[in-house]
Every structure is written in C-alpha cells, then in structure tokens.
Design a protein around this ligand. Structure first.
Ligand code: NAD
Ligand code: ZN
Length: 379
C-alpha cells in the first residue's frame, strides 16, 4: 500500500533538552504540503552545526527538536505544486535552498536565496509555520528545514537536490554540507590555479574539504595552519604537505608564511571561525594577486581589523557561504565529481554507527575523534 497522503509512523532521534542525549521516539510524519517532499532518509552524518544547536550555547534554544542536515535519501511522496521531483528520486536535502525566483537565484553570482536561505531559528515549515513531526500529539520542531535524524522527513522542494541514482548514498550524504562548503571555497571562490600555493587555516572537516579542492586544482603547495597538532596527521591524507602551528612561533603566523613562500601564498582559505585567523589568512597572501577566502563563522562581537594598505597592495578578501554552490543547480555536479573519481569522499568518513547508536556520533565529534561519522538509518 502506498504511504502517499498518509501519516507515517517511524523512528526519530529527538533532542528534548540542550546537551542531553537524543532519545529514540516513535514519531508521526505528516504528508508533504504545498512545495514540500517527504523523504526516506537512508544515511545521515553529523556536522558541528548539529552539535552547536544541540548544546544551544549562545543559540536560541528550541526543543524538542529533530536535528540533522547532512543526509542522502529517496523521495517517498511529493506535495502539491512539486514538478521537479517524484517518488523514487535519489536526493540530498540541503540546509539552505534555491527557490529559483528571487534576485539571488536569478544572479549567477549568488547562492543566498531570499526565500530559503538558512534559518536556524525556524522550527516549522515555511508554508504554514507548522511542524510535520509529532509524538503523542505533541509537535516537534524542525531544524534547518531538513531534520534528517528521522527515518522520514519533510523538506521544502527548494532545499532538495536531485542526484545521480547510482551514487552511493552512504558516501555522497556528506556532500550536503561541510564537504561542499570547503570544496567550493577553493574551487569557486579562491579559484586556485594549477601550480599555485595555498594556506588553509583550520583543519577540521571544512578545512580538509578546502584541501581536497586544492588537490583537485593541482596546487603545488598546501600549507595547513592549526593550533591543534593532532589535526596534522589526518591532514597528510588530504595532500597537506606543510604545517604551521601558530603556537610554535614567536612571530605572527602571517610573517611565518610570507617567509616560507617568498612573499606570501597565492591563495588562502580560512576555516576556523577565529577572527585572528581571518586576519592572518588575509595578511599572508601575496601582494599583487593574492586572494583570501573567509569561511568560518565568527563570534557576534568580532571585528576584522587590517591596515587598508593591504588592500591597496592588491590583495583581495572574499567570503563564502556554502562554497557559493547553488544547492539544486550545482550540488548534483559535485556528486558527479565523486562518480567520475575526481573527488575523493572516502577519506572524510572515519566512523559509521547504526541509527540506534546516534549518540555515539556526538561523542566522537565532541572528542574531536572523527572527521565524519555516518549514521546508517537502516542498520
Ligand atoms: P572544526 O572545529 O572541526 O575545525 C576548526 C579548526 O580550526 C580546528 O582544528 C581548530 O583547532 C582550528 N583553529 C581554531 N582557531 C584557530 C586559529 N586561530 N588558528 C588556526 N587554527 C585554528 O570546524 P569545521 O566543522 O571544520 O568548521 C570550520 C568553520 O566553518 C566553522 O567556523 C564553521 O562554523 C564554519 N562553517 C561555515 C560555513 C559557510 O557556509 N561559510 C558552512 C559550514 C561551516
Ligand atoms: Zn531564491
């Protein structure tokens, strides 16, 4: 019997309180409404943003909530007005969308859709503000419009990328957030050229994805900068050939890098969230042509301070959101890069757990033990 148009009962990992382990609950998932699709999630992975909103430190607490935003699944049914997706399509739900109709969506240069841009405070669907999840009649908040820590979820069709059905969902699920953010920062924004040098600040999942972009671009030198020397071992697998730990130098890091590279790196990509690292990343690029790209999310009261001469000397500073990828238009192409073996995803996946043990993924992430932990919804 088709489930379309009916409520589906399934398991979801519900965050009831900040910082408390998720609880497996039987939930009811309502049918998709106008411009929405219901997706059977096959694999999801844990990203720092989930942990931030679970801890809810410095964020508006919104509980109970179903977290999760990196995932791969299959469309179960579609709501009214959905024309580009149908049941059976293989998809990646994405935390930021593409409505196709706003000025941003019409601009070739932007991916910051007016309608579906990331909104961390929204707990319901755009169509009616309501939640599609409930347990014992009590609504549960959505997260980023994706809520993938559930066997079924409802997502706005503008936040769903249709991908090659041959792509293994247990691998390409990581393309829906951190991987694309770092990769796109290098490929689309820094536009690193073959033979150039790049400094990558922060060797977490996003920085390592930026390094993967540098490898694909044919970088001659990939210099990794991190305060945590434990990150260097992992980074070697990503083609990072030289390391700088700011704590091991008396001089400012920008000076160290300028000396290492005879005047500065051609490109830099900042993936830390530290405003000091952002300034260093900018000041270590070569005058005349150097480009620095900021990716990390700073603290609310941070201010970026540099001498204007740094700009006059023809250094460029840019920022990037989600690697400048348009989710529906561009993400299927990132999956194709994996399919044609240009992009390596396996090395990002360090752990896998069954859905029932999802809390282990939070432990691995909190202890800094994993790059990406895949949560297998079917195991
Ligand atoms: P992560 O915490 O795993 O990695 C950050 C790394 O930066 C750590 O290894 C840490 O030791 C290092 N670091 C911190 N301060 C540093 C400093 N001053 N100098 C050198 N290294 C330093 O985080 P992640 O998941 O890889 O994410 C990286 C950043 O990207 C975060 O700020 C995250 O919020 C941001 N992000 C941005 C976007 C976007 O679209 N712009 C999307 C996703 C994530
Ligand atoms: Zn739009």
């Amino acid at each position: 019997m088709s489930t379309a148009g009916h409520f589906i009962r399934c398991l979801a990992a519900v965050a009831w309180e900040a910082g408390k382990p998720l609880v497996m609950e039987e939930v009811e998932v309502a049918p998709p409404q106008k411009h929405e699709v219901r997706i059977k999630v096959h694999f999801t992975s844990l990203c720092h943003t989930d942990v931030c909103f679970w801890e809810a430190k410095g964020q508006t607490p919104l509980f109970p909530r179903i977290l999760g935003h990196e995932a791969g699944g299959v469309v179960e049914s579609v709501g009214e007005g959905v024309t580009d997706l149908q049941p059976g399509d293989h998809v990646l739900p994405i935390f930021t969308g593409e409505c196709g109709n706003c000025r941003h969506c019409h601009s070739e240069e932007s991916n910051m859709c007016d309608l579906l841009r990331i909104n961390t405070e929204r707990g319901g669907m755009i169509h009616d503000g309501e939640s599609r999840f409930s347990t014992n009649g009590k609504p549960i908040h959505h997260f980023l419009g994706t809520s993938t820590f559930s066997e079924y979820t409802v997502v706005h069709s503008g936040q769903v990328a249709k991908i090659n059905p041959d792509a293994p969902l247990d691998k390409v699920c990581i393309v829906s957030c951190g991987l694309s953010t770092g990769l796109g920062a290098t490929l689309n924004v820094a536009k690193l050229k073959r033979g150039q040098s790049v400094a990558i600040f922060g060797l977490g999942a996003v920085g390592l994805a930026a390094a993967e972009g540098a490898r694909i671009s044919g970088a001659a030198r990939i210099i990794g900068v991190d305060l945590n020397p434990r990150r260097f071992e992992d980074a070697k697998k990503f083609g990072v050939t030289e390391f700088v730990n700011p704590r091991e130098h008396d001089k400012p890091v920008q000076q160290v890098i300028i000396e290492m590279t005879d005047g500065g790196v051609d490109r830099s990509v900042e993936c830390t969230g530290s405003v000091q690292a952002m300034i260093q990343a900018f000041e270590c690029v070569h005058e005349g042509w150097g480009v620095a790209v900021l990716v990390g999310v700073p603290r609310q009261d941070d201010a970026f301070r540099t001498h204007p001469m740094n700009f006059l000397n023809e250094r460029t500073l840019k920022g990037s959101f989600f690697g400048n990828y348009k989710p529906k238009t561009d993400i299927p192409g990132v999956v194709e890069k994996y399919m044609n073996k240009e992009l390596d995803l396996e090395k990002f996946i360090t752990h896998t757990v069954p859905f029932s043990e999802i809390n282990k993924a939070f432990d691995y992430m909190s202890k800094g033990e994993c790059i990406r932990c895949i949560i297998d919804m079917g195991a």
